[in-house]
Design a protein around this ligand. Structure first.
Ligand code: EPU
Length: 346
């Protein structure tokens, strides 16, 4: 199935729910559909190109003067198994949480802590989605996709995806050049629970032998209790990444602010801080600027209170960034991709 529409309204395709039009919009369900389009007309002729997944990580600050491609490829297919693992391929257009639910129901572990993350399977490797001690990279075996310049199909193995915290080759060298069509996951038949996140272990305390299904339920509860549902109030989850700073800055900050959460990272010279805490300390929780706001229960989540424009939300985010920089000397980096008429703003 393909759908090609000019001047397409994106509002209901992005979880912020802000108004923006795409000059061209192309939706497809089979890899060959996109290859045909590329063969009939080089995509560059449409102007800038943007791949849309669940729209849960995008903020449009204007209309988009190019082509939005929407890979709506379905399918969850177990491909092979051995004594301890099963390899499952999921299409880029599958709702991420439907894939998690499917795997948990089968008893296959490795992604249960990523329950209820909004978005599609195709976006999971791009930003290496992560939560509660798990990352998509922990279970991805390979990623299939299309070279947008030639239409050629590639399979990229996990080490070549260069996964890092909320990062991958798809956000770097392959940005704008590659479209994910499916992802192959290696899931565990006898999963070990990952209870590294404090709140999860605590909520499972009463259970003698918790399963991944219990973990999923607890994570769904935690997320529902502190993160707003985009179906009810527009948002894109964490707006900023947690900043990783030099250890000496972190220890100076810890002296001044004894309650500041700090986390170890693999590099011993660096420390991860909590963007939500920093923003909260600057007094932003619950703030409102026109239609834009900061969520009442989590300062890292910016929200559309109803009639916000992308520009308003962006303006609020820049004010927040400035105040955190002034107060703590820490520069916040956006997790959300801000899109202008020609594509992502740096
Ligand atoms: N905190 C505050 N005030 C706030 C928010 C948080 O003081 O308004 C403090 C918390 O009390 C806690 C610390 O900040 O001590 C961390 O907060 P939380 O546990 O909620 O996690 P986070 O670091 O803010 C990250 C991810 C989330 C993911 C959670 C759980 C990033 C940018 N965000 O948030 O991911 O769900 O951990 O693992 O890494 C997302 O990417 O959209 C997202 C929601």
């Amino acid at each position: 199935m393909i759908r090609y529409i000019e001047n397409f309204p994106l509002q209901h395709h992005i979880t912020f729910g802000t108004p923006a039009n795409a000059k061209y919009f192309f939706e497809f369900t089979e890899v060959g559909d996109l290859q045909e389009l590329i063969q009939s007309r080089p995509l560059g002729e449409f102007g800038p190109v943007l791949v849309l997944g669940g729209g849960s990580n995008l903020l449009f600050v204007s209309d988009f003067d190019g082509l939005v491609i929407y890979p709506n490829i379905p399918g969850i297919v177990p491909e092979k198994e051995d004594a301890s693992h099963v390899w499952v391929r999921a299409g880029a257009g599958v709702e991420w949480d439907d894939f998690v639910a499917f795997s948990v129901n089968k008893g296959w572990g490795g992604i249960e802590n990523l329950s209820l993350i909004p978005g599609k399977v195709g976006a999971a490797p791009v930003q290496n989605i992560g939560a509660y001690g798990q990352e998509a990279a922990d279970t991805i075996e390979s990623v299939c996709g299309i070279d947008l310049r030639t239409g050629e199909e590639w399979e990229i193995s996990a080490p070549d995806c260069r996964f890092a915290y909320r990062n991958s080759i798809f956000k770097q060298e392959l940005k704008g050049k590659f479209l994910v069509t499916s992802v192959l996951f290696k899931l565990k038949k006898f999963p070990q629970l990952n209870l590294s996140y404090d709140g999860v272990a605590r909520m499972l305390e009463g259970l003698a032998e918790p399963t991944i299904s219990d973990v999923r339920n607890v994570i769904v509860d935690i997320r529902r209790s502190k993160l707003p549902d985009p179906a009810i109030i527009g948002n894109a989850g964490s707006f900023f990444k947690n900043p990783v700073v030099n250890a000496d800055l972190a220890s100076r900050l810890a002296e001044i602010h004894p309650g500041m959460p700090q986390y170890m990272v693999s590099d011993p010279g660096k420390v991860k801080l909590s963007a939500g805490w920093l923003i909260d300390q600057c007094g932003w929780k619950g703030a409102t600027r026109g239609g834009a706001g900061v969520h009442e229960r989590h300062a890292l989540v910016l929200v559309n209170r109803g009639e916000a424009t992308g520009k308003e939300i962006y303006g609020l985010s820049e004010e927040i960034r400035k105040s955190v920089l002034e107060r703590f000397g820490v520069s916040l980096e956006r997790e959300v991709l801000v899109i202008g008429s020609q594509g992502p703003l740096e």
